[in-house]
Design a protein around this ligand. Structure first.
Ligand code: SF4
Ligand code: SF4
Length: 305
């Protein structure tokens, strides 16, 4: 069901939730918890640190050691509303596939359940982004699309429907104009025969193995676990680091940058779709914008007619 609302209507709805839910809204840096209705708005940036940090933090204490006792440090099941954009909302499909498949990750599951995703559709793609080029459509419990000076609010979570029934329905024309009509430019068939291609040498030549592309990527989910004093911590890791695949024997199956960059592309566009049926990239463009070596994933996966 779609309802016609003003920005004030939507902000008032969010404000009415501030006591029951932790409401998160993106800033330039990451997702911040709103402490008052003054901070709620629909015009927010795509943050540098993606939505994954809310459910899979960069550093997470898994357990604490107290003498001989081991205490699991499971997070609280916080009720959250998260305002976000289509790319980050879609990335949760990838993370859910990984962390909520058996064996379920209890740390991710606790943070993820009781979450209401409110997705505000972008009117145009951001610099470096290519979400619409690869057919990304907004996911979420509530999807908000601009319509003139108002908004069409599509309520997909039936539990929330009664809260919007006082608003007039959006007519069908609004839905048609707002939803993506662009041709899908994803071009990944060539990967089938490209494992030994020289393209990986060329593309990786100026990579400095900094890991920024993977840390900022909303769908990358590799991690390391270390013991530090009396705690066991899980931290984000990156397949772009030289020692990521180093074996204890000293053998490294991906010793060169070209092997690691190739793996990043194959993992997202070949291995992950084979295993879970979805591409593990949502076209957010963070890796394009933030790579210090200006390595542009679009040149590898988009058709350039
Ligand atoms: S951000 Fe760029 S330079 Fe850094 S690891 Fe990724 S591809 Fe290499
Ligand atoms: S690979 Fe790049 S564009 Fe795709 S989801 Fe990750 S950061 Fe975004």
């Amino acid at each position: 069901m779609e309802f016609l609302c003003s920005e004030e209507d939507i902000v008032n709805w969010l404000a009415s939730k501030l006591e029951e839910y932790a409401v998160y809204i993106p800033s330039e840096y990451g997702f911040e918890r709103a402490s008052s209705s003054d901070e709620l708005k629909l015009n927010f940036p795509l943050p540098a640190i993606s939505i994954k940090s809310l459910f899979f933090p960069h550093s997470d204490v898994l357990m604490r050691f107290r003498g001989k006792e081991i205490v699991e440090a499971l997070p609280d099941e916080e009720k959250k509303i998260v305002l976000t954009k289509a790319c980050d909302a879609n990335s949760l499909k990838v993370l859910d596939a990984v962390f909520l498949s058996e064996p379920v990750d209890p740390y991710y599951e606790r943070r993820r359940k009781n979450t209401v995703i409110v997705t505000v559709e972008c009117e145009q793609m951001c610099y470096g982004g290519f979400c619409k080029d690869i057919g990304i459509e907004p996911e979420g419990d509530v999807v908000i699309r601009r319509r003139g000076k108002s908004y069409c609010v599509e309520v997909r979570n039936s539990e929330l429907l009664p809260e919007f029934e006082k608003f007039e329905a959006c007519d069908e024309g609004a839905e048609e104009t707002a939803k993506g009509t662009k041709e899908n430019l994803l071009n990944i068939e060539w990967l089938e025969d490209a494992f030994e291609s020289e393209v990986w040498d060329e593309v990786s030549r100026f990579c400095i193995s900094c890991g920024v592309c993977t840390y900022l990527c909303p769908t990358c989910h590799c991690f390391d676990i270390t013991d530090s004093g009396r705690v066991r911590i899980r931290t984000w890791d990156s397949c772009q680091f030289p020692y990521f695949t180093m074996h204890t024997s000293g053998y490294n199956p991906r010793p060169e940058k070209k092997h690691r960059l190739r793996n990043r592309i194959y993992h997202k566009f070949s291995y992950f779709p084979q295993r879970y049926g979805i591409v593990a990239c949502v076209g957010c463009g963070r890796c394009v914008r933030m790579c210090p070596s200006r390595i542009d994933i679009r040149e590898l996966v988009l058709r350039r007619d």
